[in-house]
Design a protein around this ligand. Structure first.
Ligand SMILES: O=C(O)CCC(=O)C(=O)O
Ligand SMILES: [Fe+2]
Length: 235
């Protein structure tokens, strides 16, 4: 029942590892996610000393998802992409993020600097991220995903996926293309330390609507207690 689309993978950067995935979600999966998430969105939150809080840094709406068969199929795809040594228990609950006009997520890293969020109960830090474009309305402007510290690729075949009219040296801005995804490693290999070069932002949507999905994998399994409470984090 769970049949995977034949997505294509293009390496954009070796260090940090960034791989662009074309056609990672089917049309049917995209409309399903959009449908089941509709009544669930709430104002997004970010990490702070005192836990999750709303912030001008992140003005989108977020939600987790019920783990139905389609969601599990997407989880399985994200696991298999990372190879057989990454276990399902390392996966955080999938998270959707929705942006209307003017909404954005400022520059941040997905790895967490505060040790209270990277305990062994939480599975350590966030090892990998997928940012998947689930829905992008036809009238969307803005809403790219910017990695200012990553060198822009050169070949013009990238131009469907990244902005090619950015000034040289300003990093990479991925265009929001429905169904496609960015995969990257957050931690410096062999050290477990956060890689500052993975800093990125959800740039402001200037018109239209964008829905993204975060698929985050921890360094180790997330404890059942934490998972029972809905997973380690909602930011
Ligand atoms: O919406 C985007 O393009 C990026 C979102 C993001 O980086 C996040 O939610 O952690
Ligand atoms: Fe992020």
């Amino acid at each position: 029942e769970c049949t995977h689309p034949s997505f294509k993978a293009y390496k954009l950067s070796s260090s940090p590892l960034i791989i662009y995935l074309q056609n990672f979600l089917t049309k049917n999966e995209r409309s399903h996610l959009k449908e089941i998430s509709k009544p669930r969105f709430r104002r997004s939150v970010v990490a702070s000393d005192e836990g999750a809080k709303q912030s001008r840094i992140r003005t989108s709406q977020s939600t987790d998802l019920p783990r139905d068969e389609i969601v599990k199929c997407i989880e399985q795809r994200a696991m298999e992409f990372q190879g057989f040594d990454t276990k399902e228990s390392q996966l955080e609950p999938l998270q959707l993020v929705k942006y209307g006009p003017g909404e954005h997520y400022d520059y941040h890293t997905d790895w967490l600097a505060d040790p209270q969020y990277t305990t062994s109960f939480n599975g350590g830090n966030r090892m990998t991220s997928f940012l998947v474009y689930v829905y992008v309305s036809n009238d969307t402007t803005g809403g790219g995903t910017g990695f200012p510290l990553v060198d822009a690729p050169r070949d013009e075949r990238w131009c469907g996926f990244v902005e090619c009219d950015e000034p040289f040296g300003s990093g990479v801005v991925f265009r929001p293309v429905e169904g496609n995804a960015i995969f990257w490693e957050n931690l410096i290999p062999g050290t477990g330390r956060g890689d500052g070069r993975t800093e990125h932002a959800g740039l402001p949507v200037t018109s239209g609507e964008k829905i993204g999905m975060n698929i985050w994998t921890r360094q180790a399994g997330i404890s059942d207690e934490v998972r029972k409470e809905g997973g380690p984090l909602d930011f």
